[in-house]
Design a protein around this ligand. Structure first.
Ligand code: BEZ
Ligand code: FE
Length: 290
């Protein structure tokens, strides 16, 4: 076939996908072609505008490094990450809600024991982070691996700093009652990295780049779906305008004041300290798409 024009090119491209071996890949490729062509028909970009789009995506790739993932940021800022999250996490009632992973997760964070301090003195005032992990029938989940990471009082993650050492990040296991506790620091609200193409996009769209203050959790346990979530500080700014659309009411927690003594998760506290406390409920594992 030859002589393609605005009216027949979509069908021609779709026909070329007929030999795609995997049905799922064919489904995805066909939908991509259809939606992309529909977008171009609707927007009718000039050659110059299309070149700007290509340059934007090229620069988005070029700024990526081991510690910066501008494509995830783009997906986050366009609400796509939360859409994918919503589609994939229609968990049964009672399970803790999920939110976006974000680009600052580190797969091999240091393993710590309950009670250890994951913050550095310069990270800001200490905060107790404690929780209990349960399944949907209310039974404690022992031996769950709880990854915790958060920004410091200036709104920076360890991986964004010059000193390439871990802080505000640790991986702890729950005890037989499903409890864990750590010392971290009180995180601040922060702007997502805005010195690249995504920051420029936000500027053009008249949007601020901030996320409300939060602590990230990834909780993995046998026979359970891995939970990726945050706790948002109830006192934070930006709860209603999170740049990545990640806030859910059920994930907002107050920072409480804990007095000296033993806490519900077994922490020994010697002075009055700020704390975040939460029960996390893991959904039972389900079968993945074939
Ligand atoms: C974060 O919370 O770490 C994050 C999420 C999305 C984009 C940037 C940062
Ligand atoms: Fe974060």
């Amino acid at each position: 076939m030859r002589n393609f024009n605005e009216h027949n090119i979509t069908e021609a491209v779709l026909a070329r996908l007929n030999g795609t071996s995997s049905p799922r890949t064919k489904e995805i490729s066909s939908a991509l072609v259809q939606h992309l062509h529909a977008f171009v028909r609707e927007v009718r970009p000039s050659q110059d505008e299309w070149q700007q789009a290509i340059t934007f995506l090229t620069r988005t790739g070029q700024i990526c490094s081991d510690t910066r993932q501008e494509f995830i940021l783009l997906s986050d800022a366009l609400g796509v990450s939360m859409l994918v999250d919503a589609i994939n996490h229609e968990f049964p009632g009672g399970a803790t809600e999920t939110t976006v992973l974000g680009p600052f997760y580190v797969a091999d964070a240091p393993e710590v024991l309950s009670g250890e301090n994951i913050a550095k003195p310069e990270d800001g005032p200490l905060m107790l982070i404690e929780g209990r992990v349960l399944d949907t029938s209310g039974e404690p989940v022992a031996g769950a691996i709880v990854d915790v990471w958060h920004a410091d009082a200036d709104g920076y993650y360890d991986v964004q700093k010059e000193a390439k050492s871990y802080s505000g990040r640790g991986r702890v296991r729950t005890d037989a009652q499903g409890n864990f506790w750590l010392w971290g620091s009180v995180p601040a609200a922060y702007p997502i990295p805005a010195d690249g193409p995504v920051g420029e996009m936000l500027g053009v769209q008249g949007r601020h780049p901030y996320r409300p203050a939060h602590v990230h959790f990834m909780i993995a346990a046998e026979d359970c779906e891995t939970l990726v979530t945050h706790l948002f500080l109830a006192s934070s700014d930006y709860l209603d305008s999170d740049v990545v659309f990640g806030v859910k009411d059920s994930l907002i927690e107050p920072v409480i004041e804990v007095r000296p003594g033993k806490t519900p998760s077994g922490a020994d506290v010697e002075a009055t300290v700020p704390a975040m406390r939460r029960e996390f409920v893991l959904a039972p594992v389900r079968h993945q798409r074939e």
